[in-house]
Design a binder for this molecule. Structure first.
Ligand code: PMT
Length: 478
């Protein structure tokens, strides 16, 4: 699922908060994605979760003290996947002995990463060696105390020292009581941390371990994983605002029935995530789907095509004139953005991607009450829905418009036909038997230069390929 994390070296710092248990799942997700994870725990963190848990999950020794590595024992470069069972049963002494027997870590600046660096001899100091050659340090959870340490450059334990000594990006996932989070001291500290170039992930709002409710919950492991993954993507759409439609529409026949289709919203949500990963500010107008909102995406839920059209028009006009309760914003729930409507920030759009399977027709006159069973036949009168994409593409101030074409046959002919008819720079063609509903898809991109098949894959991988193509087209335009 996540090719970019394969082979990456991640230092996972864990400080003393209840959310420390969630760091175990983060370590597992990172390991599953092929990353090499070195866990560093503060003394307080070890009161919540035993280091052995992380040793078992990562297959690597866990570091808890500045004095973990003897002066004459440079840190190792073990295989990416150390044998887990062997490590599971190791004592600290045995782990140290393994450190001595394995080759050392590469030092940054001594050539490209890879085999050629394997001759690096570590300093024997964990706070230096752990981050040399590391791709990122993520501290999750980061307590108020640890954040204050970071802000003031204190170096009184291994993790704090390592954060000072690192030469790679630092991400922190705050976790604390809501009063602590809102305390002016913490607010000042967070502002300083951001000014120092640290990426702050979250926190989210909700029920807290202490029983109170408010902002301060650590983001979920999957959200942290996504954020870390996103941090490695080239920021191809930095500064761009993207609006997408996704999922089906539901056209009511009466209060309990309606016309819809089996679009799951997965392709649209994958594209929303892929756009966020490359630095875009993303809003998705979603028909009725039951998917979680990708981290960092602002979501507007709608039901029918007319409502979707209004939400799109409103977003393009420079605001989200939709009741705030209908917006589900992962940003608002934590990713460093206050829970406001951000009207000015979201004004206008650079890119519009119409992934939604909008119903072409809707009942002409939906019944106010449930239609009762009666005659053997029932005739429905349908009227055409507006074509949202065609309307947007026809605007004088049209953003870069990307359409989708879902066909059951003659894909190239129909997709290219739609591209020309709606005067779109790009259409993504897919067969419904390949892409409707499931996790995978097979798509071909149609633009003025011709047809560009994309290798089959899961929808997120395909979404990333589509986003790269969009970025290339935009780049070529400028
Ligand atoms: O949601 P999933 O289960 O992941 O499935 C993904 C998908 C198959 C739905 C998706 O990949 C896809 O193909 N979406 C477009 C489906 C569709 O309605 O295609 P279309 O050929 O009918 O429409 C052409 C384009 O016009 C589409 O970009 C559509 O969003 C847009 N449109 C169509 C009708 C309408 N009234 N308004 C529109 O904006």
């Amino acid at each position: 699922m996540s090719d970019e994390l394969a082979g990456k070296r991640i230092v996972l710092g864990i400080t003393g908060g209840v959310a420390a248990y969630k760091a175990a799942e983060l370590a597992r997700l990172l390991g599953k994605a092929g990353a090499q994870v070195d866990v560093v725990m503060t003394a307080a963190a070890t009161r919540f979760v035993a280091p052995l848990t992380f040793q078992a999950l990562t297959g690597r020794p866990v570091f808890t003290s500045l004095w973990d590595v003897p002066q004459d024992s440079p840190l190792p470069q073990p295989p990416l996947r150390a044998p887990r069972l062997a490590m599971h049963s190791q004592s600290a002494a045995a782990a140290r002995s393994m450190l001595r027997e394995t080759p050392p870590l590469p030092r940054k600046g001594q050539g490209e990463r890879g085999e050629s660096q394997r001759d690096f001899h570590g300093s024997g100091m964990a706070h230096i060696d752990l981050t040399r050659g590391a791709d990122a340090v993520i501290v999750a959870p980061a307590t108020a105390d640890f954040i204050a340490k970071l802000v003031h450059g204190l170096a009184d334990d291994l993790l704090a020292t390592l954060c000072l000594a690192k030469d790679c990006p630092l991400l922190v996932a705050p976790a604390m009581n809501c009063q602590m989070w809102e305390h002016p001291a913490t607010v000042r500290n967070m502002a300083q941390l951001r000014a120092d170039g640290v990426s702050v992930l979250g926190p989210a709002s909700g029920a807290q371990a202490c029983g109170e409710v408010g902002a301060g919950r650590m983001l979920e492991p999957a959200e942290l994983f996504d954020a870390l993954h996103a941090s490695f993507q080239p920021k191809l759409l930095a500064g761009k605002r993207v609006l997408l439609t996704a999922g089906p529409t539901f056209e009511a026949l009466d209060p309990v029935r309606g016309l819809t289709n089996s679009s799951s919203g997965r392709m649209g949500f994958a594209l929303a995530q892929a756009c966020v990963e490359v630095g875009a500010e993303v809003t998705v107008v979603a028909g009725p789907v039951s998917l979680p909102t990708p981290t960092g995406v602002t979501r507007i839920d709608v039901t029918g095509a007319l409502e979707m059209r209004e939400a799109v028009k409103s977003a393009l006009a420079g605001g989200l004139d939709v009741p705030p309760t209908r917006q589900k914003s992962a940003l608002a729930s934590g990713l460093d953005v206050p829970p406001t409507r951000q009207k000015s920030a979201l004004a206008g759009r650079h890119i519009f991607i119409a992934v939604a399977a909008v119903a072409d027709y809707r009942p002409a006159a939906p019944a106010a009450h449930k239609i009762k069973k009666g005659a053997q036949t029932l005739t429905l009168e349908l009227v055409a829905n507006p074509d949202i994409l065609a309307e947007v593409a026809a605007r004088p101030d049209a953003p870069f418009c990307v359409g989708f074409a879902a066909e059951s046959q003659n894909l190239a002919e129909y997709a290219e036909g739609k591209r020309r008819a709606k005067k779109l720079p790009l259409v993504v063609g897919n067969l419904v038997q390949d892409g409707l509903g499931g996790d995978a898809n097979v798509v071909t991109l149609f633009d003025a230069a011709g047809a560009h098949p994309v290798p089959p894959g899961d929808k997120l991988t395909i979404a990333r390929a589509i986003v790269r193509h969009i970025a290339e087209m935009l780049h070529a335009q400028n």
